[in-house]
Design a protein around this ligand. Sequence first.
Ligand code: KG4
Ligand code: ZN
Length: 364
Amino acid sequence: MGIESTCDETGVALVAGTTELLGDVTATSMDQYARYGGIIPEIASRAHLESFLPTLDAALEKAQVSLDQVDAIAVCAGPGLIGSLAVGISAAKALAGATGLPLYGVNHVIGHLAVDQLVDGTIPLPAVGLIVSGGHTNLVLIRSFAPGGIEELGGTLDDAAGEAFDKVGRLLGLPYPGGPYVDKLSQVGNRAAIRFPRGLAGAKYAEAHRYDFSFSGLKTAVARYIESLEDQARQTSGSGYSEDYVTCPEGKPWLPAADICAGFSEAVNEPLVAKTMDAAAAYGCQTVVVGGGFSANSRLRELLSAACAQAGLQLRIPPLRYCTDNGAQIAALGAILAEREVVPTGLDFGPNSAMGLTEVLAGS
Ligand code: KG4
Ligand code: ZN
């Protein structure tokens, strides 16, 4: 059994072995945050508390499994919101304490990669892992999913890719979280109309930041671009500019939102794909695994598919429903650890909001 509660999703999933998903159920409190433009941790914690038991019952029902048939429990130990994590971990400890089952406190982010096992079977290793969640943009080398098997190659120095998409969504007045909206608009825009800067790209960064990313300069460039169009529109009669645009964001005829999104999406995705392919070649990996909410991005999927096909590499990206947070990612990683007879964490661990990528299991 896997239990997820890092952010706003309460997820419970049941797996058989390391590749078969029996059933999973996810509840989310995301709809409560639209009016705030961001997650409110206190609301998220309370929502986990309310959702946990109904989600557990629904997952057991869906999987047609009873609690006494479960062999082991895995729960996300971090990284994530401390209050959200605390609810899931407390629930998992209560279950483990009451049933006597072994408990694994696992890394949520590594779970984003492991979940693909439930879709396409055992992941051939070593593999390069590209983690693109709301808070992370990292490249890792996966030698194994056991403790000590993950090497961090690089990551973003500032914003995560999903975070940058959300910020550009906000600049354009799109609903929160903006990522999927910016993605949608980018599909109908002209990718070549506006060229935004690529962070840490080019020969200059090949040594010091070979596998690192940076998106905050890009976000600033998009903000400047929008400001300059606003200035122009304000000064030009007939452009459709209205001071009302703040209260009516969709009414911005002077703003080529689709072209901005398309140009911005290229500037985020090109370095992601180039550095992933570079890492696969450098470490002799035949497989690239992608995980995290941003792996739902249509352009990332398109560019990576083409690059991997050209290089003869196997690309493993889970379907959209397993890209965002869910219990299946925790169950998948827990099942791999249990199968390898890794010693369970037991009850002696707490939430770790800053859990590092190489810490597959709490305290490992
Ligand atoms: O992994 P995730 O569900 O949550 C974390 O663990 O952080 O990732 C959520 C992030 C958000 O920033 C969201 O806007 C972004 O993934 N996202 C997308 C798309 N779908 C979700 N970003 C761009 N294009 C998408 N299609
Ligand atoms: Zn996540």
